[in-house]
Ligand binder design. Structure first.
Ligand SMILES: Cc1cc2nc3c(=O)[nH]c(=O)nc-3n(C[C@H](O)[C@H](O)[C@H](O)COP(=O)(O)O)c2cc1C
Length: 129
């Protein structure tokens, strides 16, 4: 088992040590060139700051997730080396930005449709008066 951990004052590290396995510090992974980790079980341990994970943990989880999603979407073969390349170059970031732009376009269209529906309702009401 590999446990990625973040710990500012040592409590999360102490919990990780009790669980056992290979412990890997998230700040060290972020700084390091080594991006290949292989195990059947992978854990994540971190404290809660203001009701959510610390920013560094959120950024790390986001970076890993988007590159796994990118690889799931695009890798036709050789998944492992594809994922490594995606992580090294953060290919998932551009995909995530495109998805966000597409979401914004859909949201803007929905707002426009709502405005049209509202003005039509007002017009219908005016005609009835
Ligand atoms: C700035 C800050 C915000 C915190 N916010 C929360 C919180 O929202 N909820 C909570 O249960 N604990 C909160 N805590 C307590 C920490 O999660 C707790 O002390 C934790 O054991 C620290 O882990 P660490 O020693 O691995 O850094 C907060 C601690 C700090 C320093």
């Amino acid at each position: 088992m590999i446990i990625f951990y973040f710990s500012a004052t040592g409590n999360s590290l102490s919990a990780a040590k009790r669980i056992g396995g290979d412990l890997v510090s998230i700040p060290q992974v972020i700084e390091s060139e080594h991006l290949e980790y292989k195990d059947d079980v992978i854990g994540l341990i971190f404290p809660i700051y203001s009701l959510r994970p610390p920013k560094m943990v959120r950024r790390f989880a986001d970076y890993v997730t988007r590159n796994i999603r990118y690889t799931n979407k695009n890798a036709k073969s050789n998944y492992r080396s594809y994922l490594l390349k995606a992580l090294q170059n953060d290919y998932g970031l551009a995909m995530q930005e495109d998805e966000e732009s597409a979401r914004q376009v859909v949201a803007q269209e929905a707002i426009k449709m709502q405005a049209i529906a509202q003005s039509e309702a007002v017009e219908q009401k005016r005609r009835k008066v």
